[in-house]
Ligand binder design. Structure first.
Ligand SMILES: *Cc1c(COP(=O)(O)O)cnc(C)c1O
Length: 635
């Protein structure tokens, strides 16, 4: 810290401040000019250059940016890390990944996973009929893996049996015993041998946000006695050879490697006994849970993980190998259903800042000869301010302010005097706050002082549409400016979105050591947009979003980075228009327009406007209906 003061701020100071190397997973970096870059293939592209391309194409902020190469790279890293772990200990079977479509169902994402994943045989996990239909349309190679979880009706089962006829490796995972008779009945009727999986209820306790998917009260999976009943039914139906897969899912975002290992050991014990029961098991599926280090802390905190991808793969492979080898059971194909870790990195929410509120005095006003005595007293507090008196001064200014407000309410103090008092109060508060850094211990009374003085930056986005998990489960995502980073960020701020909801704010950030309540930002410049990015938002955010205040889907842009440092816009989707969001809540845009025409016609009749003005107004109204739901700047 001390050293930094001796030289001007540099981009590398921002790298440290915002932790980009800790959470960026080598996909994001900072150029010497102070721009955040997306990185893959030994190439780097500044996000600001991509935004310039968007502006040229009239794609307004906010925009969800997808970098396809990052998605590809994650698929590659996952498959290659498993291949390496398998080679290292001479595991005799392979790894097969499936992507759980629920994590991000957007066609752009699913189609890219199908296309790039093909070289690794990466398949899909589906939990409903619509997801099944997506998988059947996206996969093209015979032998592609489809894992069907969730409750399955006859139609769902028939789709899966058809998939087998078409050559896909489609598995029905039995989640409740009642599903089995229908699977047996439909496969006989359609004359197909089904591939059956069985989901076990894990009792290993897992820490983290989503730990309720394991444990005795888990709503998923079969108990030991239900497993035995399913095995007996299959044997009776002479279909025990169809029971090929054992499935478990400990939860999502599991931060601790030892929890994962304990779960794998428990699953292996089930696997061994099911094989001994005569099941022809060939696949063990560990579900999801591979975490994303959102905070970059590399810890076992909920929003972090205390292991690397390599550690995860080695733990799964080695634990299965040692546990099964000890019982002389053949190695199964290892399947995982990583969703979050596969897609989180590839999406960034970009938005501009529209305005700020500062908690500062408006103007330094000199003392007037005849000013109110309370004002003079308030003004003099700062004279005795030092580290020892800080707490006393803090109390004093609050007391004087209170008295001044009372005086105002009683008509003894005028508006101008009250305005002076507010300015003096804020100036003194800032002087006190400036002392806190050098104080050995901050008095409890002043613990939130800095937070109460933080700026509010208003961002052009809707938290409820684009970052629902921040609202719903206090998820932390890395947030930072994407440019001007060679310049010291001198403001401390919290972020507010443009909905009218007081929950539409971000006031928890990834700090240097622990969560911080404010984010360092740069002052706005009059002539230049200020852009922020929210990173690692590719998983779970897009489809959980809602239409709060009728802010709709954002614009989406997919780019592909090239080796020569250039980039291509490969896909663009214009977000919802106002007419779109109105129709989602059952308005008919045509009727809405007609109502407005009639209102305007009445105004013509009553002589308020001319017919020509009416035409202008209707034209503007129609343009609004076709416009973006977010704040649009006229370029
Ligand atoms: C949600 C879910 C996943 C995905 O989990 P991640 O932690 O996102 O990888 C995988 N399998 C099942 C059964 C799920 O319900």
């Amino acid at each position: 810290m001390e050293q930094r003061k001796l030289r001007p701020w540099q981009a590398e100071d921002s790298t440290e401040l915002y932790g980009i190397e800790r959470w960026g997973n080598d996909y994001f970096g900072l150029s010497a000019e102070g721009n955040v870059t997306a990185k893959t293939l030994n190439t780097e592209v500044a996000l600001l250059d991509i935004i310039k391309g968007m502006v040229d194409r009239d794609l307004q902020m906010p925009v969800l940016l997808r970098v396809e190469n990052i998605l590809d790279a994650q698929i590659m890293r996952l498959n290659e890390a498993f291949a390496a772990a398998i080679a290292q200990v001479s595991y005799t079977q392979r790894y097969r990944g499936v992507y759980p479509i629920k994590v991000n169902q957007q066609a752009q994402v699913v189609e890219e996973i199908a296309a790039f994943g093909e070289r690794y045989g990466h398949g899909f996990e589906v939990g409903s009929k619509p997801e099944m239909i997506i998988a059947l349309s996206a996969l093209t190679q015979p032998g592609s893996l489809i894992i069907c979880n969730g409750y399955k009706d006859e139609e769902f089962i028939d789709l899966g049996l058809q998939a087998i006829k078409l050559g896909f490796d489609c598995f029905f995972v039995i989640e409740t015993p009642s599903e089995l008779p229908m699977i047996i009945e439909r496969s006989r009727a359609m004359d197909v041998r089904p591939n059956i999986g069985i989901r076990i209820k894990m009792v290993s306790q897992v820490s983290g946000h989503w730990n309720s998917t394991s444990g005795d009260r888990s709503i998923f999976g079969l108990t030991a006695s239900q497993l035995v009943a399913v095995v007996d039914s299959l044997r009776q139906a002479q279909m025990l050879d169809c029971l090929k897969l054992m499935h478990c899912h400990l939860g999502s975002q599991i931060p601790s490697l030892s929890d994962i290992q304990a779960g794998v050991v428990e699953a292996c014990r089930y696997y061994i006994d099911l094989v001994r029961e005569g099941a022809a098991l060939s696949h063990i599926d560990f579900g999801g849970g591979l975490a994303v280090d959102y905070t970059g802390a590399k810890s076992s905190d909920d929003q972090s993980r205390n292991y690397s991808l390599e550690d995860y793969c080695q733990t799964l492979v080695n634990t299965v190998k040692t546990t099964l080898d000890a019982e002389q059971i053949a190695h199964p194909i290892i399947v995982t259903e990583s969703g979050r870790a596969l897609v989180a990195y590839s999406s960034v929410l970009l938005f501009n800042v529209l305005d700020t509120t500062k908690f500062e005095s408006t103007e330094q006003l000199p003392a007037e000869p005849l000013e109110h005595q309370l004002l003079t007293q308030l003004r003099s507090v700062v004279e005795g301010l030092n580290e020892q008196t800080a707490e006393q001064c803090y109390e004093d200014i609050h007391r004087y302010r209170e008295q001044i407000r009372d005086g105002f309410n009683q008509g003894q103090i005028d508006l101008r005097c009250r305005a002076h008092a507010e300015n003096i109060f804020l100036d003194t508060l800032h002087s006190i706050a400036a002392l806190l850094d050098t104080m050995v211990e901050v008095p409890a009374l002043m613990a939130d002082l800095k937070l109460s003085l933080a700026d509010i930056y208003y961002g052009n986005f809707s938290l409820f549409q684009s970052l629902p998990d921040i609202w719903a489960i206090d998820q932390l995502f890395p947030v930072m400016p994407i440019h001007r980073l060679a310049e010291e960020p001198t403001r401390q701020a919290v972020l507010a979105d443009i909905t009218c909801d007081c929950d539409g704010k971000i006031d928890q950030f990834i700090g240097l050591s622990k969560a911080a309540k404010t984010l360092p930002l740069h002052p706005l410049k009059a002539s230049e947009e200020y852009y922020l990015g929210v990173f690692l938002v590719g998983a779970y955010q897009e489809t959980l979003g809602d239409l709060h205040n009728l802010f709709g889907d954002t614009n989406v842009v997919s780019v592909r980075l090239n080796r020569d440092g250039s980039f291509d816009f490969v896909k663009e989707i214009h977000g919802d228009t106002i007419a779109d969001v109105l129709s989602y809540v059952e308005y008919q845009p045509r009727q809405v327009e007609l109502n407005y025409r009639n209102t305007a016609e009445r105004a013509v009749r009553e002589g308020r406007i001319t017919a020509a003005e009416r035409q202008q107004m209707i034209k503007a109204f129609k343009a609004s209906m076709q416009g973006y739901t977010y704040y649009e700047r006229e370029h």
